[in-house]
Write a protein that binds this ligand. Structure first.
Ligand SMILES: Nc1ncnc2c1ncn2[C@@H]1O[C@H](COP(=O)(O)OP(=O)(O)O)[C@@H](O)[C@H]1O
Ligand SMILES: [Mg+2]
Length: 253
């Protein structure tokens, strides 16, 4: 990478530039994203699929999600895993035992890249099976580019934030998504109103990094958890399900 290229990468990080100009660059909050390796990864993404990065939509414990604009002018969501926050044990639990990554050499240094690849693949598999997830667009190292859910004024809100405005039909929509996820051969593993976006009253499933194949050693435990969460969520809408009924709906029993 030439000196000028590096500057261009920074430049197209509009958010970063604004902060810099204002002289209020908040290293503590955003500095993690801009470690050199991540910037180099962004360089690749900015060449391939993203025209520029606008601003963070979400700053989580392990990842930051940006709104960006793609080469075709459409909005994109760019999820960047923070290399400084990695939790090797936490992640490898979900990667060990996954046949898809059986022959991949796992180290502390590359586990986060494998994790991002896993999330990207899970999104692709779900999308192929008609699960309503953001379509994956690009992947490079710790950066996942995907379809953006929302419009120019705001990203789609979390289900958690709009519970009161939803009709109970949403529960049956979510059940239908769960059914498709199982048909795709994967268990989400972290399904809740915090990982469902609502746009035009319709649920979108997100945050699929931890999803594992049905033959994974953790699959039973994770499915049980998803079903429990679903039963709780349904009850908030006055819809009564027992876990057994849900499993029957999902054609597991
Ligand atoms: N494709 C997307 N379109 C719009 N907003 C998104 C998209 N993906 C994620 N977000 C926003 O970013 C937040 C964090 O994303 P998520 O994948 O749940 O990461 P994590 O919970 O691991 O930080 C979400 O709650 C949502 O508000
Ligand atoms: Mg989440």
């Amino acid at each position: 990478m030439r000196e000028g290229d590096f500057e261009e990468t920074l430049d197209r990080f509009l958010f970063y530039r604004e902060k810099k100009e204002k002289g209020e660059e908040d290293k503590k909050t955003y500095g993690d994203v801009f470690d050199k390796r991540t910037l180099l990864a962004f360089y690749k993404i900015l060449k391939r699929s993203v025209e520029y990065v606008e601003f963070p939509i979400s700053t989580g414990k392990e990842a930051v999600v940006f709104r960006a604009v793609g080469k075709d002018g459409r909005y994109l969501a760019v999820k960047t895993y923070l290399l400084t926050r990695l939790n090797y044990k936490g992640l490898s639990r979900f990667i060990d035992g996954d046949d898809r990554f059986a022959n991949v050499h796992k180290t502390k240094a590359n586990i986060i890249f494998i994790w991002a690849r896993k999330e990207y693949r899970n999104l692709a598999t779900f999308a192929d099976h008609g699960v309503r997830v953001p379509k994956p667009v690009d992947l490079w190292r710790n950066i996942i580019v995907m379809e953006y859910i929302g419009d120019e004024t705001r990203p789609a809100p979390l289900m958690k934030e709009v519970m009161e405005s939803l009709k109970k039909d949403v529960i049956y929509d979510i059940l239908a998504e769960m059914k498709k996820m199982l048909k795709a051969g994967l268990i989400h593993g972290d399904l809740s109103e915090y990982n469902i976006l609502i746009w035009d009253d319709v649920p979108w499933i997100i945050d699929v990094g931890q999803a594992v194949p049905v033959n994974h050693p953790l699959s039973t435990q994770l499915l049980a958890r998803d079903v429990r969460n679903f039963v709780n969520l349904a009850s908030k809408f006055g819809v009564k399900f027992t876990p057994e009924e849900v499993l029957r709906e999902l054609e597991v029993m």
